[in-house]
Design a protein around this ligand. Structure first.
Ligand code: NAD
Length: 490
């Protein structure tokens, strides 16, 4: 990809807020800048939505709601499918745009275009399979009809780490179910969502069904929208503290709520594991997305009999990973999103080292331009270290050793989070005991990547509520209605 490609892709991002089918300036004309984390250079200036703009977006979503809900499911399905096709056609440009604003290597951005695009295709298929039930009550005095109906206008807030997939994972099921949407993408990476919004428009999505309001005023904008009685649902992906706050705000109007929050994934390697598979899985579970994933392996729990060999092999592979700007096809580790992210990772590493962890590799920021952190492997991390209780969100492996299965289960569950767990074992019964013993919303058994549009993504405990993707995903956007009728033969 050349500098000319970069300029062309950036120029293709629509300018403005998408409200009522048109891209228009923010109220007052305010704008904010988006930067390339690999170089610190400015990529674009974006319209900065105000709370009033948020209400205008909700006006548009509310005005479009009834017609969209009444649009034949087949038509809703075909619009999603047409958008998926446009995403395929623009795959390279979307991947480059994502790498520019977020920093992940191009190959990973291309992977996210595939994964994120799949939600459009999957929910195009689900839109025509919204069903109900008809039954006889036990007394045979009546008939019960159970039907499903769109929840109504939805508000979405998404994070910066997966700029495309986090948006499509919400937009696609909502549109499939017959709901209209206002979305506020992360202010650090709004460009990919804006680009996809334009693809929806080009596919023929009616005005007002999808509205996009980038904003640096996330709190006030969200409060205004959530305080409006026309809104019926909030879906948020981001950190647990912000999710908790939004749940409190949602309580005021008893909004339907989906929360995809933080993680603290254990990566458990038993002494019977296939170590080649475990190391390959560890590289994916830890270093994909530069470690900036809610699904990132945060705590490596390794049986003491294989810990040295696992750590040696993993360190050897990590040492060979090239760090740099994600546009370079040789690069495996891009920059962290900003200075705060580097500072957070470094504080956690220092705390672990101070408590006795051994540094096998890396251990600090990379000096120079951009916000890079050296791929790091820490071994013998003390149980009291902050790194074991905090999302690292960076390319840092923290290894702790365990003696037996009971200890592995206890350590794995020793967290407030419960998003995903990874387990490597060749013993089927042990794998089944781990499925039953780990308090987690998702599990990778002998694999290091679990995300799939056809599977229900989501967490337990402080990792959130609700599921995205799979058969479950569309139900987040449907209300159940039950109707009693008389026995027609009585
Ligand atoms: P964040 O919570 O800081 O921000 C997420 C979004 O919330 C952004 O759009 C931001 O503008 C907005 N926001 C911030 N304060 C707000 C407020 N007071 N009111 C309304 N909106 C507000 O999270 P982040 O740093 O962008 O993303 C990283 C976090 O997201 C990590 O904790 C990660 O685990 C989590 N995450 C979870 C999943 C999942 O599916 N469970 C997926 C990706 C990321």
């Amino acid at each position: 990809m050349s500098a000319a490609d970069e300029a062309r892709v950036l120029a293709a991002v629509p300018d403005g807020l998408l409200i009522g089918g048109e891209w228009r300036p923010a109220g007052g004309g305010a704008r904010f800048d988006v930067f390339d984390p690999a170089t610190g250079t400015r990529l674009a200036s974006v319209a900065d939505g105000t709370p009033d703009d948020g209400i205008e977006a909700l006006d548009a979503a509310a005005a479009a709601q009834d017609d969209w809900a009444a649009t034949p499911p087949r038509v809703r399905s075909e619009l999603l499918r047409a958008t998926w096709e446009l995403v395929q056609q623009r795959k390279d440009d979307l991947a480059l745009l994502m790498t520019l604003e977020m920093g992940k290597p191009l190959a990973e951005s291309a992977g996210e275009v595939t994964y994120g695009g799949e939600f459009l295709r999957w929910f195009a298929e689900e839109a025509v399979r919204i069903t109900g039930r008809y039954g006889t009550n036990p007394e045979n005095t009546g008939r019960t009809i159970v039907s499903q109906h769109p929840v109504g206008p939805c508000y979405f807030i998404t994070p910066w780490n997966f700029p495309l997939a986090m948006a499509t994972r919400k937009i696609a099921p909502a549109l499939a179910a017959g709901c209209t949407v206002v979305i506020k993408p992360a202010e650090l990476t709004p460009l990919t969502t804006m680009y996809v919004g334009e693809l929806f428009r080009q596919a023929g999505l009616p005005a007002g069904v999808l509205n996009i309001v980038p904003s640096t005023a996330a709190g006030p904008l969200s409060e205004r929208i959530m305080d409006d009685p026309r809104l019926r649902k909030i879906s948020f992906t981001g950190s647990t503290p912000v999710g908790v706050r939004l749940m409190q705000q949602a309580a005021k109007r008893v909004l339907r709520t989906s929360m995809e929050l933080g993680g603290n994934a254990p990566f458990v390697v038993f002494d019977d594991a296939d170590l080649d598979a475990a190391v390959a899985g560890a590289l994916l579970a830890k270093f994909r997305n530069i470690g900036e994933a809610c699904t990132a392996a945060n705590r490596f729990l390794v049986h003491e009999a294989v810990a040295d060999e696992f750590a040696n092999r993993l360190t050897e592979q990590v040492a060979a990973m090239r760090v740099g700007r994600g546009t370079d096809p040789e690069v495996r580790i891009g920059p962290l999103i900003n200075e705060q992210a580097v500072g957070k990772a470094d504080t956690l590493v220092r705390d672990a080292v101070q408590r006795g962890a051994t540094v096998r590799l890396g251990g600090g920021p990379v000096t120079g331009s951009g916000t890079f952190y050296a791929p790091t492997v820490l071994d013998r991390v003390d149980a009291g270290s902050d790194i074991l209780q905090t999302e690292i969100f960076g390319p840092v492996v923290a290894i702790t050793r365990f003696a037996d299965e009971a200890e592995a289960v206890r350590l794995a569950n020793d967290t407030e989070f419960g998003l995903v767990s990874y387990v490597f074992t060749r013993d089927l019964a042990r794998g089944q005991r781990m499925i039953e013993g780990l308090r987690t919303g998702m599990m990778g058994l002998n694999v290091g990547v679990i995300s799939n549009a056809a599977a229900p993504f989501g967490g337990v405990k402080q990792s959130g509520l609700g599921r995205e993707g799979g058969f479950e995903g569309i139900h987040e956007y449907l209300d159940v209605k039950y109707t009693m009728t008389p026995n027609p033969f009585a």
